[in-house]
Design a protein around this ligand. Structure first.
Ligand code: PLP
Length: 391
């Protein structure tokens, strides 16, 4: 008997026909293939703190291993509520205004799905994290792009004002920003607030790098009186505790928004690893020195790597936050950023990400992004190799 032909997918109309394998996967695979130092994908190369893994093992053995409550383990939501008061002076009710999600990615999807319907416009500021636009499109929404230009990525407020229309439902911001390393100040949030005043526009603030800010402080949307009532503020334990693989994130939002958010979350994942939540609940307030010291930890790495970059022909402005450094190769080669990162991986054995990957249409900008969440030796070795690039 012959096997049936698997042709049924021929009739499938893709909702995301233009979406393929992400550049992050491609570059990590190339890094492996060429035995390159992988400064491409944005994950920390460190073990989680022992105080956290010890609690994880404890709860694996001594707590329930069954479904967590849909909104998240109460103790973790309570700890997040206290943390918001402590750091941002913001009061969120853990019962009704904080939800634990499968990483920030799920929180972004739930928040977008909660408010975006067919034909609604969502303003995405690019370069942008790659999950925003597909999530908007899957909800029938239309991403409307505010394109910031390299190398400075200056916020264009006039253009943002022009892009707002009666169909605008949502604006997504990301501070500290991946990939630019820029950090919004209170005055930026004031300008955003002025633009959405009197409208029904919601805001998603992606703050997964909230604890990695240099030369200043993170100003969370939850601190902003006018924006917080219309905002989903999203974070991730992955970035904070070097546990991106655990996929635990969270969303703070006023009760009305959280109610809709949870309707999506309930049927998307229902709940998130119970053991991880118990462990995080135990340490979140007790071990605050960890995340209060995270900026200093990464600032050292940024400075170490930037000292190496100064010996190269790349030009850059030091990142103000995140664990990413973008650099310009304007005037050094005719290659596109994609061609350059591929050549660097093959010949120099350092993998990076082309900044064009964060734009809807690959742009001609001559910038690439390095992740410096690596141990010092790796950063020094990468720096040494980058000095030897043949331009
Ligand atoms: C800006 C931004 N938002 C969201 C995420 C996703 O976070 P998580 O891994 O918790 O889903 C990332 C991960 O790199 C990110 O850089």
């Amino acid at each position: 008997m012959t096997a049936p032909q698997l042709t049924f997918s021929a009739g499938l109309k893709s909702k995301l026909p233009d979406v393929g394998t992400t550049i992050f996967t491609t570059m990590s695979q190339m890094a492996q293939q060429y035995n390159a130092l992988n400064l491409s994908q944005g994950f920390p190369a460190f073990d989680p703190p022992a105080f956290l893994t010890e609690r994880l093992v404890h709860h694996l053995k001594h707590s329930t291993n069954q479904y967590a409550p849909m909104a998240g383990v109460p103790a973790l939501r309570e700890a997040l509520s206290e943390k918001a008061v402590m750091l941002y002076g913001a009061a969120y009710n853990p019962e009704t205004e904080i939800t634990i999600t499968s990483g920030a990615t799920e929180a972004l999807f739930c928040a977008i799905s909660s408010v975006v319907g067919i034909g609604d416009e969502v303003i995405v500021i690019e370069p942008a994290y790659d999950s925003y636009a597909p999530a908007i499109r899957l909800c029938g929404g239309i991403p409307v792009y505010l394109t910031l230009e390299s190398p400075d990525f200056c916020m264009d407020w006039e253009q943002l004002a022009r892009l707002i229309s009666p169909k605008t439902r949502l604006i997504i911001i990301n501070t500290p920003n991946n990939p630019t390393g820029l950090v919004w100040e209170k005055s930026d949030l004031d300008r955003l607030a002025a633009l959405v005043r009197g409208t029904g526009i919601f805001v998603i603030s992606d703050e997964v790098y909230e604890h990695i800010v240099f030369d200043g402080a993170h100003f969370s949307v939850m601190m902003h009186e006018e924006l917080a009532p219309r905002a989903f503020v999203i974070g991730s334990f992955g970035k904070t505790f070097h546990i991106t693989g655990w996929k635990v994130g969270y969303c703070y939002a006023p009760e009305g928004l959280t109610c809709e958010f949870r309707k999506v979350h309930q049927f998307l994942t229902f709940s998130v690893s119970v053991t991880a939540q118990f462990a995080l609940a135990d340490i979140l307030l007790r071990e605050k020195a960890h995340y209060l010291g995270l900026s200093a930890f990464y600032e050292h790495k940024r400075n170490l790597f930037n000292d190496c970059l100064k010996q190269t022909r790349f030009r850059f402005t030091p990142a103000k936050g995140t664990f990413f450094q973008t650099v310009s190769f304007e005037g050094l080669t005719d290659e596109t950023d994609r061609e350059l990162v591929e050549r660097l991986t093959r010949e120099t054995q350092v993998a990076a990400i082309p900044v064009s990957a964060f734009y809807r249409h690959p742009k001609g900008g001559k910038m690439i992004r390095f992740c410096f969440a690596k141990d010092d030796d790796t950063l020094l070795a990468a720096g040494e190799r980058l000095c030897k690039i043949q331009w």
